[in-house]
Design a protein around this ligand. Structure first.
Ligand code: NAP
Length: 274
């Protein structure tokens, strides 16, 4: 069902990075159901086209797809070729990847590529579209962070560092744009039911005890936070309780230690240092 107020503030077009899988597909459907047209980006063109067709059939909206690797120097130009003539009102900067395991066990080039996707891509997308949104005086940018970015997360060191960047970038931008009419939020998901969680070949993070959130729930929490212009949205009660314990009650390194113990338990021997 269309939500006119949302469409007026955040439409008529949304850009969703990582639109071929998981949370990106969920964001695209939610926004399309609110009446927004959607541009999907990702590397896998066939999947993007499939998602785009479903969006058009189910929600009667328009779509575009941009098949591009966000770690490449050309990515923003490729996205601009399609979006320069569209009135983009919402950007969901979502694409992200984690290579789990002890940092020294993971190839440095792979870590470098991940870092570029998890930090520089967010920077370039939000820098370009942030200017466009400020010029039109309304709209929003929602970054997708992670509970892993709330502290040093052992066996996910590079990922946690990058997500910490995303959290800080988004919260600072929320302040800088506070008088522009443009909302900026970052949503921090915990384990969420996507291929990014369930199809891992390194550490089976789905085995870590605790609730796994549905994509639909995470997406609606994130978009509600954006509509309310919340700088940081910690998704769900159990994540909020964990965040409160780790950041407000327990000593600073306790959260890191607990994450380290939980993840180590499910890590194969070859991905641990000791
Ligand atoms: N699922 C969870 O439990 C969880 C928890 C915390 C945070 N998150 C965050 O949520 C976001 C979405 O993750 P997900 O769980 O939905 O994972 P996913 O199902 O694996 O989807 C990841 C998306 O990112 C895109 N992507 C990956 N590398 C790319 C690249 N180099 N260039 C362009 N696009 C690329 C993928 O598209 P292509 O492969 O087609 O390029 C895909 O659409 C990520 O930022 C992740 O860190 C997820």
């Amino acid at each position: 069902m269309k939500t006119i107020a949302f469409e007026n503030k955040f439409g008529p077009w949304a850009l969703v990075t990582g639109g071929s899988s998981g949370l990106g597909v969920g964001f695209a459907h939610n926004l399309a159901a609110k009446g927004l047209n959607v541009v999907l980006t990702g590397r896998r063109e066939a999947l993007l086209t499939e998602v785009a067709q479903q969006l058009e059939e189910r929600h009667g909206i328009q779509t575009r797809v941009v098949a591009t690797d966000l770690t490449s120097d050309e990515a923003l130009d490729e996205i601009r070729k399609v979006t320069d003539e569209l009135d983009i009102g919402t950007v969901i900067s979502n694409a992200g990847v984690a290579s789990m395991g002890a940092m020294l066990k993971i190839d440095a080039d792979e870590l470098g590529r991940n870092l570029k996707l998890n930090t520089t891509a967010h920077l370039r997308i939000s820098h370009h579209f942030g200017q466009r949104l400020v010029e039109r005086g309304k709209g929003g940018i929602l970054f997708v962070g992670s509970m892993a970015g709330m502290q040093g997360t052992p066996l996910g060191a590079n990922y946690a560092g990058a997500k910490g960047y995303v959290h800080n970038l988004a919260q600072a931008l929320n302040y800088e744009l506070r008088n522009s009419g443009v909302h900026v939020s970052v949503v921090a998901p915990g384990p969420t039911d996507t291929p990014g969680l369930n199809a891992r070949t390194d550490i089976d993070l789905a085995k870590i005890p605790g609730p796994v959130m549905s994509v639909d729930k995470l997406v609606s929490i994130g978009l509600k936070g954006l509509a309310q212009n919340k700088p940081l949205v910690v998704a769900g009660l159990s994540n909020r309780m964990m965040d409160f314990m780790f950041r407000r009650i327990l000593p600073r390194q306790t959260g890191r230690n607990m994450m380290g113990m939980m993840i180590s338990k499910h890590a194969p021997r070859e991905l641990k240092l000791n």
